[in-house]
Design a protein around this ligand. Sequence first.
Ligand SMILES: Cc1ncc(COP(=O)(O)O)c(C=O)c1O
Length: 389
Amino acid sequence: MNYKHYLENKEFIDKIGFNPYFNVIKSDLGDKIIVNNNEYINLASNNYLGLANDERIKEASIEAIKKYGVSLCGTPIACGYINLFEELEKKLAAFVGCENSLIFPSCYQANNGLFFTLVEKNDLIIFDRYAHSSLLEGIKLSGIKSRFFLHNNVEDLENILKKSTDYSNLYIATESVFSTEGSIAPVDEILVLCKKYNAKLIIDDSHGIGVIGENGKGILEHFNIHDFDGIYTASLGKAFANAGGIICSKNEIIDYLRFYTPHLIYSTAITPATLGGINKTLEIVENEFKNIKNKLYSYKQKIYDALRRKKFDIVDSEAPINSINSNSRENTISLTKNFFDNGLFVTPFIEPSTPRNKCKIRLIAGANLTKETIDSAVNIIEKIGINNK
Ligand SMILES: Cc1ncc(COP(=O)(O)O)c(C=O)c1O
């Protein structure tokens, strides 16, 4: 099935002579990036706060290497658990509004491990139809019964909950900020349903941490949620500009997952350099988020306004993500080529990342870009919009 899709996509890409995937980057994430020897304005990275190239974070990573080496060559349960790891578990949990956390080498791994370990035979997982692959594959891996609800549709969710009476535990899984849409899950309403139907919320805040909430603390801060009783996960490779993934929850859940999640205890611990970098990012976000946020959201608005003016079909989003509904695969790849040819590096999503004919092109303008670069990006969008008519 997948192989058939691959062949179809390959045939199309070969025909138009343009492949937007696995392009080789030959620079850091500066104001411009070098892709395949050409200079581009980068609207493709999840470098929301523009910290990927921050000298202070680089320095902190180097310091951690000097102190702990490049690797602990062991899993956290054995000999890979350094004091920086332990400290960060507490700090990150407190930052997002939870009791405790676990740090995995990636959020993909964290999400996979979570479902595999937490959910049991007679449970049901109800997930948003647009949930990220790491949640979907985690659910599949668990082998537990699951059903999807329509994207951000609490009525549909409630209808499913009403009929789900024969299960030991109910879990509702969703992203907070949807990565290809920029839409935000109605977590306040979902939590009301959780209470009513005795379900537990699993929320992936990968695109919310360091991005939403008054102080950048993510989805729980955004909705002013205290004493969160569910499970929170997030990637530290996006706004946090490092790598790694966290699972945060109440102490008793974290204590269980700490000893029973194979994806944590049988995988080499996240590197000291990354932990040092995350630690510095956390300090920067805590001190500087409000200033950086203004730039990030004003850039999003400028790109949004340009896309709107040129009549692109865009998804309305509260988050600093602009997403074009490019629909068919053919239109998506052709439009992406047009962006690339004019110097804008963007991200096209086609099946299986999106449902067929619901393809999207995503544009994220990181706060590290200069105002002049954003103006150039706006000019390019205006030019492409005119040519598109
Ligand atoms: C919503 C969401 N969850 C999880 C992940 C995986 O995170 P990581 O890159 O840390 O594995 C991503 C990354 O694309 C994501 O967008």
